[in-house]
Design a protein. Sequence first.
Length: 263
Amino acid sequence: MGRGKVELKRIENKINRQVTFAKRRNGLLKKAYELSVLCDAEVALIIFSTRGKLYEFCSTNSMAKTLERYQRCSYGALEVNHQPEMETQRRYQEYLKLKSKVEALQKTQRNLLGEELEQLDMKDLEQLERQLDSSLKQIRSNKTQQMLDQLSDLQRKANSVMVTQEEMLLETNNILRNKVEVLKKSMNQFEEINIALQPTWEAREQNAPYNCHPPQSEGYYDPTHLNSTLRISYDSSVLNEAGGVAGTSAQNATSELMHGWMA
C-alpha cells in the first residue's frame, strides 16, 4: 500500500516537529545538491530553524556572489518595471513647482502694475516700492546709455560726412587749380607768340601803302575804289552821302561837257 496523504499544517508536538524538520531539511539540502549537479545550475539554499540556527547550501564557492546576483536580477527588474511610474511622478512634481513659480510671478507682476494691493501689508508695500524705485533707476540708466550711444553714432556719422565733403572740396580745388595752371600756360604761350610776331606786324604796317590814292576818272569820284582799311570805319549813312555827292559831281561834269561840245 502507498503512503497516505499528509495534511500540511503546523505540527503541534514539539519533538515530532523537530524530527520532521531534521528529516525534511536533509532531504531539501540533498535535492538542492542533486539539482546543481544534474542540471549544472547555480543553487543557493538558506534555512533558519525556529531557534534561529542557519543552514545553507551553495553550489558555488561564495554565497555572497550568488546573493548579489540575485539582488541584481530581482531588484533591477523591479526598478525597470517601476521606472515609468517614477518618471511620471517626478515630472508631476516638477510641474507643480513650475506652476507655483508661475503663479508667484504673475502675482508679483499684478502687484507691480498696481493691482491686488489690498492683500499686501505695510512691509510688502515698502518692499514693492523699493523694487519699483530700483527698476525705475535701471530703466533711466538704460535710457540714458542708449541716448548717449545714439548721439555718439550721429556724431560719428556727421564727422564722416564732413570728412567726405572736405575730401570732395579738396579734389574740386585740385581740379580747378590744374585748370588754372593750364590756362596760365596757354596765356604764356599766347604772349610768347605775340611777342615773336610783333616785329613782323610792325614791318607789315611800315610797308603798307597808306598814302597811295586810288586813280580817279575825269570828273567822276568812285567811293568803291577806296582802300578797304579806310572803309571799315565808315557808316552806311556816310557812304550814302558820299555816293550822292559823287553822283551830283558826275552829272555836273557831264552837262558841262555836253554844253562845250554843242557850242
